[in-house]
Design a protein around this ligand. Structure first.
Ligand SMILES: Cc1ncc(COP(=O)(O)O)c(C=O)c1O
Length: 424
């Protein structure tokens, strides 16, 4: 219809709409080649895709268009915490889908209220703002930091972030991201953001002054190479934020929801943030994000200062609630801790020269390779052998198996990793 309209308005310039060379009947499947062809023609090329399309999944496994099995040790980039096609999540989603999908944030919402309580119960006293992604959670945190600063003094707008951090792709979250390659090509981004090297307390102290309204960091830098922050650095940030009346934001979009063996990575340390940002694992694959704001600061963002049409909708919150319930009832924090230790030990014991370090906590693990070894071709090669892994930085392989992973699957995956790296 809209094509006809455009045709009418702009007839001289309008090319004839392409004849549909690939037919599709709802309920049928396209071949990989057909999917690839449509994608290349119609989907904006902002991703470097791997040459696979998955058709279905089950637990720790994925199956492609040809029915080939893969061990999923990436979990959709630390998202599918309960594995694929989890029966409890399917039931929660279907139950809610039958009742109500969306009403907006103009009204009270039972599923949102329940999920907010559940999140506060596993973190600290406070309140939750719901959104749809990690970027949006960090956007809320950015606005809260700025609003908190400006409420004290209009010049208190500086935010400290870390080198090699990753906080998302919107203008504010990209500006807080300490990676030149993410910034480049867009001209000036937001100013008043200072980056300091992770775990460098002297630089952190030097960056703080009266104009700082907040500091944001990931307890383990995920995209930056699976780099854990050290306890003394986190504690120094906590103390400095308090001294300078600034907010400490921890971005646990990747490390949260049990990935490190605790609900949140900060819980390995004797500190807590003022704002905690969450997404990825919270929906187990359904889009949802949240910024949890400690009770002392819940009036920083007042009615009308922030919002989202979809944020915290009925479907997303019903699923999020079920994710938390399942983690608790299936003891998945314990599993993540135990299986993480088992996996790290096995990787450390591999007789492979190319592994210079294995690091991470729980089930967020980086395999560091020598600088000259590129991780990307290895990720592609692993796929050929039925293993889905990721990379973090140029020379680091990233593993993020689902929290439900079993020893037998780890054994099989490590064998594939051995095979992948043994001749390097
Ligand atoms: C630590 C961290 N923050 C924020 C984001 C952005 O999240 P999203 O892609 O859901 O917007 C990511 C995504 O990888 C992340 O790892």
């Amino acid at each position: 219809m809209y094509i006809e309209q455009a045709d009418y308005i702009n007839k001289s310039k309008q090319e004839k709409p392409a004849k549909q060379e690939i037919s599709y009947t709802p309920g049928s499947f396209l071949s990989f080649e057909e999917i690839e062809k449509l994608d290349k023609k119609y989907v904006l090329n902002t991703y470097n895709r791997m040459p696979v399309a998955f058709r279905y999944g089950s637990g720790e496994f994925l199956y492609d268009t040809e029915g080939k099995e893969y061990i999923d040790f990436l979990s959709g980039i630390a998202v599918t915490a309960l594995g694929h096609a989890n029966a409890d999540l399917i039931e929660a989603l279907n139950r809610q889908a039958d009742l109500l999908w969306h009403t907006s944030n103009l009204f009270y919402n039972e599923q949102q209220a329940l999920l907010a309580r559940a999140l506060i119960e596993v973190t600290f006293p406070g309140k939750v703002f719901f959104c749809n992604s990690g970027t949006e959670a960090n956007e809320a945190a950015f606005k809260a930091m700025r609003a908190y600063g400006v409420s004290q003094n209009p010049a208190k707008v500086k935010i400290i972030a870390l080198d090699k951090s990753f906080h998302g792709r919107s203008t504010a979250s990209m500006s807080m991201t300490g990676q030149e390659k993410i910034h480049s090509g867009f001209g000036p981004l937001l100013d008043n953001i200072e980056y300091v090297p992770a775990n460098d307390i002297d630089s952190l102290v030097a960056a703080f002054d009266e104009t700082v309204c907040g500091i944001i960091m990931e307890p383990i830098q995920g995209e930056g190479g699976v780099v854990p922050l050290q306890a003394d650095f986190l504690e120094a940030a906590r103390e400095l934020a308090e001294d300078y009346k600034a907010l400490l934001v921890l971005d646990e979009v990747q490390t949260g929801i049990g990935r490190t063996g605790k609900y949140f990575a900060y819980q390995h340390f004797p500190i807590r943030p003022d704002i905690l940002t969450v997404a990825k694992g919270l929906g187990g694959g359904f889009p949802i994000g949240a910024a949890i704001i400690a009770e002392e600061f819940t009036d920083v963002l007042k009615a009308g200062m922030h919002g989202s049409t979809f944020g915290g909708n009925h479907l997303a919150c019903a699923v999020g609630y079920e994710v938390l319930r399942s983690i608790e009832s299936h003891k998945l924090l314990e599993n993540a801790e135990k299986m993480g230790q088992y996996l790290i030990e096995k990787l450390k014991n591999l007789p492979v020269k190319a592994i210079t370090e294995v690091r991470g906590v729980g089930l967020l693990i980086g395999i560091v390779l020598p600088k000259k070894v590129q991780a990307r071709p290895l990720v592609k090669e692993a796929l050929k052998h039925g293993l889905v892994i990721g990379r973090a930085g140029e020379n680091i392989l990233r593993l993020a198996p689902p929290l439900v992973v079993r020893k037998t699957t780890i054994d099989r995956a490590v064998e594939k990793i051995h095979h992948l790296l043994k001749d390097i």
